[in-house]
Design a protein around this ligand. Structure first.
Ligand code: HEM
Length: 400
């Protein structure tokens, strides 16, 4: 049985036809394919108005990898690289092996909702002589007072986000992307993340993060009338090559879990302003009930505290600033001091970071109740162009 997967974001996966290997008629290979689960056989289209991996439902496994162009490489090497990566992404997202030098790691698996999403960092435009095409949205993010950023794990000329519902499929794509970079680009940093596996809950639910909170409830939904305007760059823009694109802010946010887990449940809930069990606002109802920010309790005090994360981050408190948060959790083992090196690979998408991430982070940085329990350790900002049309490569409208 083939299913398109529908997640909290409301985007629908595509059950692949022949290209993904699901064909009618009885052959030996069909038997193998028929045995694929719905998870394996779900494919996401590579071509379209927007790149995939933005409104695609969260996948179970994620890899982020940033590259710098190699010394001496410029625009023509970048063109060749984006052509190679685009051809590779189209193949892998259909569940096919790479045309050249496939490692075999994903053999037997279907596309498993694999997505590859490509972005350009600010420095890419210097390296390729395209500064005149660089949108002001790529201006460096401001320094926030609580930042503890590692420059070596931040930014980069090029960025690739890989997501899949199978770890082998995701790793296969990561390795293929790295190999296809060849001599044109060098890995700058790489991070690994995860989310809950599809089917782990008896119905689709908003994911939880490693603090145990239901995280993603108040994300803008594609069905909302202002969704596109908030998340994607419109056709009327000073840099038309970004039409249909989006800006990704990436932050490696370490969670200070030893400290967090010492809080009582009540205190944890007050930090966010929502119930831990089901994500409902402290002012009552269910997860989707609107949070009543002005409601006071019998003691006359606000039910959702002044500094609760959900209050401070709410668009209503930030002149409508909104972003689509699409993170992966990470766990990179136990640090030397015995604390888990774990947290959130926070990725948020918006048409303009100055009307999304920046104003909200400015406010959180002044000290919301969550701040003492998190540490921003790395940061990136990338221009992610619109999706390619068939026959095009990602970024072609910029590079040619
Ligand atoms: C809401 C957790 C960092 C922006 C929430 C919620 C949780 C949460 C549990 C409530 C449920 C929801 O609506 O999704 C966290 C954790 C973080 C973190 C654990 C760090 C590890 C950030 C950062 C930003 C941000 C860095 C942006 C600068 C938002 C926004 C909302 C939200 C916009 C929705 C507020 C609303 O509309 O009600 N977060 N968050 N969060 N968070 Fe965070």
């Amino acid at each position: 049985r083939l299913l398109g997967s529908v997640g909290a974001a409301g985007a629908t996966g595509l059950a692949l036809g022949a290209a993904g290997g699901v064909v009618s008629g009885a052959t030996a290979s069909d038997d193998t394919l028929a045995a694929l689960t719905a998870v394996g056989s779900t494919g996401v289209p590579f071509y379209g108005e927007h790149q995939s991996g933005i409104t695609t439902p969260l996948q179970a496994r994620g890899h982020l990898i940033a590259f710098d162009l190699a010394p001496g490489a410029g625009r023509s090497e970048a063109v060749a690289l984006m052509r190679r990566w685009s051809a590779l992404a189209a193949e892998l997202m259909e569940g096919r092996p790479a045309a050249e030098g496939d490692t075999g790691v994903a053999l037997d698996a279907g596309p498993s909702s694999l997505t590859l999403t490509f972005g350009f960092g600010r420095s890419f435009f210097d390296r390729t002589g395209l500064v005149a095409q660089r949108p002001p949205e790529l201006d460096p993010l401001p320094n926030f007072s609580s930042d503890q950023l590692d420059a070596r794990r931040s930014n980069g000329d090029l960025w690739v986000q890989i997501g899949a519902d199978d770890s082998l499929v995701a790793f296969h794509a990561l390795r293929a992307v790295q190999k296809a970079a060849g001599a044109a680009a060098r890995v700058r940093w790489q991070m690994n993340g995860f989310n809950r596996s599809p089917g782990a809950t008896d119905r689709p639910m908003t994911a939880r993060n490693l603090m145990g909170q239901v995280d993603g409830t108040r994300n803008p939904k594609p069905s909302e009338p202002d969704f596109d305007r908030r998340i994607f760059v419109p056709a009327k823009t000073a840099h038309p090559w970004m039409t249909g694109g989006s800006y990704a802010v990436v932050r490696r946010i370490r969670m200070l879990l030893d400290d967090w887990e010492q809080l009582t449940l009540k205190k944890q809930e007050q930090v966010i302003g929502r119930r831990k069990s089901d994500g409902a606002p402290l002012t009552g109802g269910s997860e989707t009930t609107e949070i009543a920010l002005d409601k006071t309790g019998p003691d006359g005090r606000l039910v959702v505290p002044d500094n609760a994360h959900a209050r401070i981050a709410a668009p209503e408190q930030n002149s409508g600033a909104a972003m689509l948060r699409r993170p992966f959790s990470f766990h990179d083992g136990i640090a030397a001091d015995g604390t888990p090196d774990a947290g959130l690979l926070f990725i948020c998408w918006q048409a303009d970071p100055l009307r999304g991430f920046v104003p909200v982070q400015r406010k959180l940085d002044r000290g919301d109740a969550l701040s003492p329990f998190v540490r921003h350790e790395a940061s990136g900002l990338f221009a992610v162009p619109g999706g390619p049309r068939e026959g095009e490569y990602v970024g072609q409208r910029l590079l040619e």
